[in-house]
Design a binder for this molecule. Structure first.
Ligand code: AMP
Length: 305
């Protein structure tokens, strides 16, 4: 509640400080875990702006967009109020806010999960074993809805940080907290018992802006999407004897089919193909075994289907 009030007043302050223009506004976290990958995505998408302006607003030079740098917890409020037309926010925060903003795209970073965990020596194995127990969390709405939907009655202990120390301090029997690698849980003698919500960074929109400025919003979404698609793929180039083509083609599905170029030396070809970034290491020895040589693995900047 207090957070919401703070977000509202900072949204109003921004409205007063930066007169509304026709330029679209994108709200981005001004610090924290999501900030650096969000800025990298925007730069990789080709947006030109000066990060020294990060304190409040950055003017994108090559398209009609302003970037508002706001607290991570304020992004949803800024977009919901229409102070920003678009926002980059963690899915966990969107769900916790209870605001139903249109989700345009999953952005492929900020990957984590809201998980329930208990002290290593607790007899608890499953969610149902938490019946009647105290659960500390900085996501009280999401946690309460999750247990409520399963008919499990828990007592929520809302905390704003350091949730993982709550059981050790005797404040709670379990926690529901964000986990990525799980090392913080291990360090605190905790064991996960199940996931409450998977989360990653999302591009969200103000419903009115989505309606009135659909083409501009779609333009920005496409720019981001082309980078996200490119990040999950690699461009492979290799030489091979022409008579091994059929065998190599079976290994290389590509975007459509591989490009095959004859080489100056008779009987040799060059093959170019796009493959999943996660498949590359598995694929390389199989390509070599099928006759490929001089294999190059290149990053892709953008993919526009
Ligand atoms: P911040 O508090 O500004 O550092 O941002 C926290 C947001 O980063 C969360 O709401 C999640 O969406 C995301 N995130 C990703 N991994 C984690 C993690 N292991 N712990 C906390 N937040 C994470």
């Amino acid at each position: 509640m207090t957070d919401t009030v703070t977000a509202r007043s900072s949204a109003r302050a921004v409205e007063r400080a930066i007169p509304r223009t026709d330029r679209l506004r994108l709200a981005v976290p001004n610090k924290g875990r999501l900030q650096e990958p969000a800025l990298r995505l925007l730069h990789d998408a080709g947006l030109v702006f000066d990060e020294h302006d990060r304190s409040l607003v950055a003017h994108v030079e090559n398209i009609d967009l302003d970037i508002l740098f706001v607290r991570t917890n304020d992004v949803v409020e800024f977009v919901a109020d229409g102070v920003a037309d678009l926002g980059i926010v963690g899915e966990d925060l969107l769900v916790e806010s209870g605001v139903d903003l249109p989700r345009l795209r999953s952005l492929g970073f900020g990957l984590c999960r809201l998980a329930a965990a208990v002290p290593n020596d607790a007899p608890v194995q499953a969610f149902g074993d938490l019946q009647g127990r105290r659960v500390a969390t900085s996501h009280p709405n999401t946690t309460s809805a999750f247990f409520g939907a399963r008919g499990i009655d828990v007592q929520i202990v809302p905390l704003s940080g350091a949730v993982e120390v709550a059981p050790r301090l005797g404040l709670a029997d379990a926690i529901v907290d964000l986990v990525s690698t799980g090392s913080t849980l291990v360090m605190n003698g905790l064991r996960p018992i199940g996931d409450v919500l998977p989360s990653q960074a999302l591009l969200v929109a103000n419903p009115d802006a989505l309606d009135r400025r659909a083409a501009e919003v779609a333009g920005i979404d496409t720019m981001l999407q082309s980078v996200i698609a490119a990040r999950s793929q690699k461009y492979l180039m290799m030489n091979a004897p022409a008579d091994r083509l059929a065998e190599l083609e079976r290994l290389l599905p590509g975007l459509e089919s591989p490009s095959v170029i004859p080489l100056a030396h008779g009987g040799m070809i060059a093959i170019h193909s796009v493959v999943g970034a996660d498949d590359v290491w598995d694929l390389l020895p199989r390509l070599k075994a099928a006759g490929a040589s001089g294999i190059l693995v290149l990053p892709i900047e953008k993919v526009i289907p």
